[in-house]
Design a protein around this ligand. Structure first.
Ligand SMILES: O=c1ccn([C@H]2C[C@H](O)[C@@H](COP(=O)(O)OP(=O)(O)OP(=O)(O)O)O2)c(=O)[nH]1
Ligand SMILES: [Mg+2]
Length: 152
């Protein structure tokens, strides 16, 4: 790892990176919750942080829980603002149509990715500068192996 940033924290369990080089530090559930098929619940982590100005933390799903159990985060990526001092919570959603999923206290339910972030100065203009993409979006380049756009 090249860079690190100090993040002040109060926590029942301090989030930890599983390996050197990992982008996400795992967040643990501070409570047990049963999620029925299709149900969502906001789950506590017992973690509160003070990010330095110019940083953001994203609460993102763990892929193992997603692949194996269909467990995701409704608002992924959840945005933790630098000024937020409350408990970080995870809005879990059980997307599985048949199986309930039980979160036990202490389980690693999500991961926290800390990143530098720019604040935009929104500069209002009459007309935006042109670009190759222009207004094309929402599948404008097609979905097959070949590029189907106007600039192919
Ligand atoms: O997954 C999340 C997302 C957000 N938050 C906390 C930190 C964040 O700083 C605050 C507000 O989040 P956001 O701005 O996404 O929600 P909002 O609906 O816009 O609320 P607000 O009006 O308080 O900004 O809630 C979490 O604990 N977990
Ligand atoms: Mg907000």
């Amino acid at each position: 790892m090249t860079d690190s940033v100090d993040v002040l924290i109060t926590a029942e369990r301090i989030p930890a990176y599983a390996h050197p080089g990992d982008a996400g530090a795992d967040l643990h559930a501070s409570e047990s919750v049963l999620l029925e098929p299709g149900e969502r619940a906001t789950v506590g982590t017992g973690v509160a942080i003070a990010l330095p100005d110019g940083f953001v933390a994203f609460v993102v799903p763990r892929s193992g829980l997603a692949f194996r159990h269909g467990l995701t985060i409704v608002n992924a990526p959840g945005t933790v603002d630098a000024g937020y001092r409350g408990e970080i919570k995870v809005a879990l959603l059980n997307t599985d149509a048949r199986e309930a999923y039980r979160v036990e206290e202490g389980d690693r339910i999500a991961q926290l990715v800390v990143m530098p972030v720019s604040r935009a100065r929104f500069v209002e203009v009459e007309k935006l500068p042109g670009s190759l993409r222009g207004e094309g979006g929402f599948g404008s380049t097609g979905f097959g192996a070949n590029h189907q756009g106007a600039h192919a």
